[in-house]
Design a binder for this molecule. Structure first.
Ligand code: SF4
Ligand code: SF4
Length: 156
């Protein structure tokens, strides 16, 4: 291996170690405040240009992990505490003021910058759950299985 490649390799390893340590610290911090469900990757930004800060602060009240706080006349972010839950976007009265982007377990990236996008996601989740429940109930109560189909059964 050439000298340049060796140097690049060492820097790469140092930065990977640093990232790993940061991830571990974040997990410990979140565990200590009782958060076990979280998105590991994401970003969260606030536009201080459009934020209504002093007469609002709704996002600070809504944040479940205290990642948001009031500092020097504006909303501050403790990024290591953010779990990208989108509660802050859901209460913010200014579209595109808060931007949350997060990577789902299937690798898809979701982006939110206003409450309507969150409501849409929640509706699609509850629709999907209802569909799964109905499918599993139908499979269970199928006249082709050994059970007897009984009506009426509840449709969620
Ligand atoms: S996304 Fe959730 S955890 Fe992150 S700052 Fe907003 S409310 Fe807090
Ligand atoms: S909810 Fe939106 S407008 Fe209100 S303080 Fe937070 S970022 Fe600013």
């Amino acid at each position: 291996m050439s000298k340049t490649n060796e140097v690049v390799d060492i820097f790469l390893r140092i930065s990977e170690d640093h990232e790993r340590m940061k991830r571990e610290e974040r997990n410990q911090l979140l565990e200590s405040i009782g958060v076990d469900e979280k998105f590991d990757k994401g970003t969260m930004e606030i536009s201080h240009r459009t934020c209504r800060g002093v007469d609002c602060r709704l996002c600070i009240q809504a944040c479940p992990t205290n990642a948001l706080y009031w500092k020097d006349g504006e909303v501050g972010i403790a990024k290591e505490l953010c779990v990208y839950c989108t509660s802050c976007v859901n209460v913010c009265m200014v579209d595109n003021c808060i931007q949350v982007s997060r990577v789902r377990s299937d690798g898809e990236t979701e982006k939110f910058s206003n409450p309507r996008e969150i409501q849409r996601l929640l509706r699609s989740i509850s629709y999907r759950k209802a569909e799964e429940r109905t499918k599993s109930r139908c499979a269970h109560e199928s006249p082709f299985s050994d059970g007897i189909l009984e009506f009426p059964f509840e449709i969620p």
